[in-house]
Write a protein that binds this ligand. Structure first.
Ligand code: FEO
Length: 441
């Protein structure tokens, strides 16, 4: 049986059929499922091709339901895989593609635009959420050549088995004419992979930065309409994949600072028609400045560590220091990553289990260490029943962090008066360190 692809013209018919079905299901338990299908159908309606400037179109896909990336990163708001079609007077170019799960949507969008030929497919990044549909595009548009840098070419050959003869490699700073439009390629390795680059459309002053400056946010808004929401999503995205490469990200911002940019069209999330919004946010995140905040990821099994955390949070607040406790049994790990972008201090709190830290604490510390935040101070608090190496194991995991360790506090059993006084002293020490950093007003 051949696969049937829903066309835009079919949607009103399907919606009507579903309405009938829904009426028939009112008295059964199936109505909620029909409503769900209707909701998803409405979402499909919003995934139209949209012109972002004359002869430049958004042709990607929205992934409303994706909740995990790399089987690791939570996506509470879904994501988009943006791709862009540029119709030059002589050449037609597709900038990036989409995740392979959404390739039919990209193909349908190109059909809706009546695209019979593509000359170039720009691959800014080899990761499959942007490159995964390249083989399909090359199959449907056999004249197309992939424009990318040599490193990305090698990765696409390895990852997607694209034939080496399908590529045209470009140098850093090289331009390619599409007739009345010109593409310029800007190498930007280590946005989070080594082959990443940016593409700048000179005449229209649009930057296509792929992952860089993007946000994991499924939205039908073409451009940012709610800056506060997009700020959160973009910060989360920066924290989860780009923060370990802060030094490289700094260089990329420096490299594009003299470009005239009217619009930024990333490959995740809405487009920016006020580029300074996201550029300023990035400048803040990559700066060496830290904020007067203490992040406290914690687990408590029987209440001892919990009592310490509660007391410590209050002690920090009394000293005019922002405290952000994260109960690791409930926290989305992305929230913790986001908090680590700015915080001056991390205090890890764990009970002792099987002679070491709680495994959920181990996971959080491993991740924090891998993300290499600019955090300046660290400490450990927690409890034990009869012994163990919880403290040594946690501090031994912080190898990537350039932090000064402030004297930890591990107590036997439930914290007593003297232990609480020690927590006050820890809060005093953190206050002193933050004062020295000039981050306490
Ligand atoms: Fe959106 Fe690194 O892929």
């Amino acid at each position: 049986m051949g696969m049937y692809m829903t066309q835009r013209k079919d949607i009103p018919i399907l919606a009507s059929a579903l309405e009938h079905l829904l009426n028939g299901c009112r008295t059964t338990g199936y109505a909620p499922y029909v409503e769900l299908v209707k909701t998803n159908l409405k979402r499909r309606i919003k995934m139209a091709v949209r012109e972002i400037k004359p002869n430049i179109y958004s042709v990607g896909a929205i992934d409303w339901d994706r909740r995990l990336f790399d089987e690791l990163i939570p996506l509470p708001d879904g994501t988009t895989y943006n791709a862009y079609l540029i119709k030059g007077s002589e050449k037609i170019t597709l900038v990036d593609t989409v995740d392979p799960t959404k390739e039919n949507e990209l193909v349908n969008n190109l059909k809706k635009l009546g695209i019979n030929n593509i000359d170039y497919v720009v691959a800014n990044h080899a990761e499959q959420d942007h490159s995964g549909a390249i083989p399909k595009i090359l199959e449907l548009y056999p004249n197309a050549k992939v424009l990318t840098n040599p490193r990305c070419k090698d990765m696409l050959v390895d990852l997607l088995l694209v034939a080496a003869g399908k590529f045209i490699t470009v140098n850093d700073g090289e331009s390619i004419s599409l007739g009345d439009k010109t593409l310029e390629f800007i190498y930007a390795p280590w946005v989070h992979w080594p082959e990443t680059m940016l593409t700048y459309l000179k005449e229209d002053k649009i930057l296509f930065p792929c992952d860089f400056l993007g946000s994991h946010l499924a939205t039908s808004d073409l451009f940012v309409s709610d800056e506060a929401k997009v700020y959160e999503s973009a910060k989360r995205y920066y924290a989860e994949i780009m923060m370990p490469f802060r030094t490289n990200i700094k260089k990329h911002l420096e490299k594009i600072k003299n470009l005239e940019i009217e619009m930024i069209a990333p490959s995740h999330g809405p487009l920016y028609n006020r580029p300074e919004f996201i550029l300023n946010a990035y400048k803040d995140w990559i700066s060496d400045e830290v904020k007067n905040e203490v992040i406290i990821p914690y687990i408590s099994m029987h209440g001892s560590t919990r009592r310490m955390v509660d007391y410590f949070v209050e002690a920090l607040i009394k000293r005019n220091i922002a405290a952000k406790p994260f109960n690791l049994t409930k926290t989305d790990i992305g929230e913790l990553a986001m908090a680590l972008v700015d915080a001056a201090t991390i205090v890890i709190a764990s009970p002792t289990v099987l002679a070491g830290p709680h495994p959920s604490v181990v996971y959080a510390v491993f991740l924090a260490n891998a993300l290499r935040p600019k955090t300046k101070f660290a400490s450990v608090i927690g409890s034990y029943g009869w012994g163990g190496k919880m403290l040594e194991q946690i501090t031994g995991m912080l190898t990537n962090l350039k932090v000064e360790i402030i004297a930890p506090l591990v107590v036997k059993g439930y914290p007593k008066e003297g232990d609480l006084n020690s927590l006050d002293r820890l809060a005093d020490e953190i206050h002193k360190k933050h004062k020295e950093q000039n981050i306490i007003r």
